[in-house]
Design a protein around this ligand. Structure first.
Ligand code: NDP
Length: 419
């Protein structure tokens, strides 16, 4: 019983009060970004242009059909027998779950279907026109899903997340009780939500913004091409390297509750598309010099992000491979070695650093007139600093004094000489 459902003894996220305010605050931010950043203005200091629509306009039948249809389409692809089956990391009870790997296939299938609909004349800019309604549907679905997952987590013999079984309803509902909620043997609800409807939806929402810009101005700005290309590559990268999600904190450590359901289905698609949406309302045309600077920043971030993730992933997967053997490592009592050369010898979280550089490049695509479109890089830096401290806490628990030794060798967390 204690292996499957250990009692949570320490709180993260400032406990139940923090969880409560995050459940109110996160959806508020999603809507606030929509209402403050509109065709009239996108300035935090200027809220005079905000007009809240009548409650009936927050939702539409079309938006419900589109979002439900989209999730069903992704679920069907995940469920069909395409793609290899791999084993996840060892669970507390010694078992390893199996996962179907076909997210990249889902991405390609989605692009093909989207392309066909576009060629048939389906107005893809609908997503701009009904952004508010689509947001509301996504928020409602994520809340309903979190409620369903909370109820499901009281089933028999389920493995609960170490951090999600405090007994406090608000806290456990927020962080998620069950570690790997599933339908049948292979449909993993957490992995499905992490990679498919929200992430692929983000790319297609961006394409809709691009179509809207063309519709309004007769041309697409180079800044719009940049942001859509950057985020397309980012999503494609995540889906191509789908297996590496199985070793992330979200999958190994966190339960599936409001935090992930809302994050995956509402927050990612409807805050990460802010830059492209902003460019519909406030198009920006860059000089070649500025394009070169933004491109250089994006490529630097991408090389560090991908290089660091692949180095660690390759090492964890096969420490005896040729490239892994070149790395210097620190032996630990836990048995797993820690890399102390290459990207991981330079910083303790080089992958986060690369991610932040890319985030900055994305925000720079919106030009320099407003701070609000830089929301993503500001929020994301805070998120990754917090995530880093959570991971540091976990690593200290896992590695004990070996972690201190590692920290004395690799001194900085994310920013050389600063942090
Ligand atoms: P990491 O992939 O960085 O994994 C952390 C784990 O790596 C540690 O717990 C430890 O586990 C292992 N590790 C740490 N240091 C070393 C070392 N020196 N050598 C070998 N192994 C080490 O963390 P995340 O799961 O948080 O992030 C994965 C990616 O996802 C990142 O690139 C991040 O930027 C991105 N991300 C993106 C988000 C978005 O919204 N766009 C949100 C969150 C993350 P162990 O030793 O047990 O293997």
């Amino acid at each position: 019983m204690s292996t499957l459902a250990p009692k949570t003894t320490t709180y993260e996220w400032m406990g139940p009060i923090g969880a409560f305010f995050m459940m109110i605050g996160l959806p508020t931010v999603v809507y606030a970004l929509y209402f403050v950043c509109n065709p009239q203005s996108c300035s935090i200091g200027d809220v005079s242009h905000i007009e809240l629509p009548a409650p009936s306009r927050w939702l539409s039948v079309e938006a419900i059909v589109v979002v439900l249809g989209w999730i069903a389409f992704q679920a069907i692809i995940y469920a069909i027998d395409v793609g290899k089956i791999v084993k996840g990391t060892k669970l507390r009870d010694g078992n390893r779950l199996e996962y179907r790997i076909n997210a990249f296939f889902a991405f390609v299938a989605s692009l093909v279907v989207y392309g066909i609909l576009w060629m048939l004349g389906v107005p893809v800019s609908f997503v701009y026109d009904q952004y508010l309604q689509l947001t509301t549907v996504a928020v409602l679905i994520s809340v309903l899903l979190a409620v369903a997952m909370y109820a499901k987590s009281f089933g028999r013999d389920l493995m609960l997340a170490e951090g999600g079984n405090s007994g406090n309803i608000v806290y456990d509902f927020f962080v998620g009780r069950e570690l790997n909620p599933r339908i049948g043997r292979l449909f993993d609800i957490k992995v499905f939500c992490e990679l498919r409807p929200g992430l692929i939806g983000w790319v297609l929402l961006n394409f809709g913004m691009m179509a809207k810009q063309k519709e309004l101005y007769g041309e697409i700005s180079n800044s719009m091409y940049l942001i859509c290309a950057f985020q397309f590559i980012y999503v494609m990268d995540g889906l191509w390297f789908e297996e590496s999600i199985l070793t992330t904190m979200d999958i190994i450590h966190d339960g599936f509750g409001f935090m992930l359901a809302f994050g995956d289905l509402a927050w990612v698609p409807f805050t990460y598309t802010l830059q492209a949406r902003y460019l519909v309302d406030h198009p920006v045309h860059f000089s070649y010099e500025l394009v070169a600077i933004i491109l250089a920043l994006e490529i630097t971030g991408l090389v560090i992000f991908r290089g660091a993730n692949s180095q660690k992933d390759g090492f964890r997967r096969d420490p005896k491979s040729k490239s892994s053997q070149k790395l210097k490592t620190l032996e630990t009592k836990r048995g797993t070695k820690l890399i102390i050369s290459g990207f991981w010898g330079f910083l303790r979280h080089p992958n986060y650093t690369g991610d932040i550089l890319m985030a900055l490049a994305w925000c720079m695509c919106t030009g320099f007139n407003n701070i609000l479109p830089y929301f993503y890089v500001i929020y994301f830096t805070v998120l990754l600093i917090h995530r880093e401290s959570r991971d540091e806490h976990q690593c200290r628990k896992k590695y004990g004094s070996d972690w201190d030794k590692y920290c004395s060798i690799v001194k900085y967390r994310m920013f050389p000489l600063l942090y």
